[in-house]
Design a protein around this ligand. Structure first.
Ligand code: 13P
Ligand code: SF4
Length: 318
């Protein structure tokens, strides 16, 4: 509507004036995605943040993503419209817990999902996202034990794909994706055998889908386990008229429909909305640009310790 358009124009004008680049995650609301300079998955956005020449990065996403941008570009100003936009998955492990876990497994290599705090990244050997988790684990010598945190569903998926027995899993989960249980996903998928299915590996029902593929009850060419960026790549390839059922946060529907207007995209769980991602609004983007709040600060010592694990993340799986 007119109000949305006026706010978007104001944001574009402010961003140009303040030398700011706006990065938006695929789970942001449609109006926020549309006003951003770039949209993408967490890996793509980290790479964009590292490469950007803008003096200010505005992160339309959640706090750990803005922290990752700050770790990669400490000299830049990194802003997030609402610093209280957290992540239930990142809350599943803190640095003390990780240190205690490492002490129980001397010599193990720690792989942490990007959905963690800067303090946890500082205790990590290699970070990963859902887009490159398999490549990251495959980059580690086979005889070395791997501690994978914090997401148990992504970890189980990586363990299965890499066939790696010595991968130990931390018991954390994203509350939005964990609720996409086998029961919720499978009935609908089995009822629509002609549809294509995209499942984010954080979903509680990921393993159940793989089991059904292995039992020959689901078509392996139709059911795909993908990061949000991987879903967009797949959507672009779908022939006109394809019907796709997707299991991830519903903000993704806007990104998919834009990527391929000739296919149909439906959510497997229509109320899968991340409250943290939806804390960004056009109104608080305007305030952020006008006032410079909230600025994201990470302790320089933590940045120093976390940089190597994050740089390894953005260099693997290119
Ligand atoms: P990706 O964009 O890396 O698939 O991440 C999903 C997610 O839950 C981010 O919060
Ligand atoms: Fe965190 Fe889940 Fe929200 Fe992603 S969808 S930001 S993992 S709570």
């Amino acid at each position: 509507d007119e109000k949305t358009k006026a706010l978007q124009e104001k944001i574009r004008e402010l961003a140009a004036r303040k030398d700011a680049v706006i990065l938006a995650h695929n789970y942001q609301s449609p109006e926020v995605q549309d006003v951003a300079d770039f949209t993408g998955d967490s890996l793509a956005l980290s790479r964009l943040a590292a490469d950007s020449s803008a003096g200010t990065i505005i992160f339309a996403g959640v706090h750990f993503m803005a922290e990752t941008a700050k770790i990669l570009s400490p000299q830049k100003r990194v802003l997030i419209p609402d610093a209280t936009a957290g992540c239930s998955l990142a809350d599943c492990i803190n640095a003390d817990q990780l240190r205690a876990w490492k002490a129980e497994h001397p010599g193990a290599v720690v792989v942490s999902y990007a959905n963690t705090t800067a303090e946890v990244k500082a205790e990590t050997d290699i970070c990963c996202t859902s887009a490159n988790a398999v490549d990251v684990v495959n980059s580690i010598p086979a005889d070395q034990e791997v501690l994978f945190c914090p997401d148990r569903n992504l970890a189980a998926h990586v363990k299965r794909v890499t066939g790696r027995e010595n991968l130990v899993i931390w018991d954390g989960a994203c509350h939005v994706h964990a609720e996409m249980t086998p029961e919720i996903l499978m009935d609908r998928i089995l009822a629509e055998p002609e549809a294509e299915v995209y499942i984010h590996p954080e979903c509680g029902g990921t393993q159940a889908a793989v089991d059904l593929i292995e039992e020959g009850k689901l078509d392996k060419d139709k059911v795909k386990i993908l990061s949000t960026g991987g879903m967009i790549v797949e959507a672009r390839k779908a022939p006109a008229g394809t019907r796709v059922l997707m299991a991830t946060e519903v903000g993704m529907l806007h990104a998919l429909r834009k990527a391929n207007p000739d296919a149909t995209f439906e959510p497997l769980k229509a109320d899968a909305k991340c409250p943290f991602m939806n804390q960004t609004t056009l109104d608080n983007l305007v305030t952020c640009l006008e006032t410079g709040k909230d600025e994201v600060f990470v302790d320089p010592e933590i940045i120093e310790k976390a940089r190597a694990s994050v740089e390894r993340m953005i260099s693997i799986g290119k």
